[in-house]
Design a protein around this ligand. Structure first.
Ligand code: SF4
Length: 63
């Protein structure tokens, strides 16, 4: 599974990094980015939770 964030629309709330810090991280420009393009199986549940809770719905997950 791959994770993608539409960074230009990120409001920098930090929620995804709180829920799934093994896949998402904040940058010095205060937006989130994916630092593991391939989500390890043990983090898939957390990645889905981050996607569902992103307030601006900009996290995509795909096989
Ligand atoms: S949850 Fe969404 S808006 Fe918040 S930091 Fe992550 S990608 Fe950005």
């Amino acid at each position: 599974m791959k994770a993608v964030i539409a960074k230009k629309r990120c409001i920098g709330c930090g929620l995804c990094t709180d829920i799934c810090p093994s896949v998402f991280k904040m940058t010095v420009k205060v937006y989130a980015e994916v630092y593991r393009k391939e989500v390890p199986p043990k983090y898939i549940k957390n990645a889905h939770e981050a996607k569902e809770n992103c307030p601006v719905s900009i996290i995509s997950l795909s096989e």
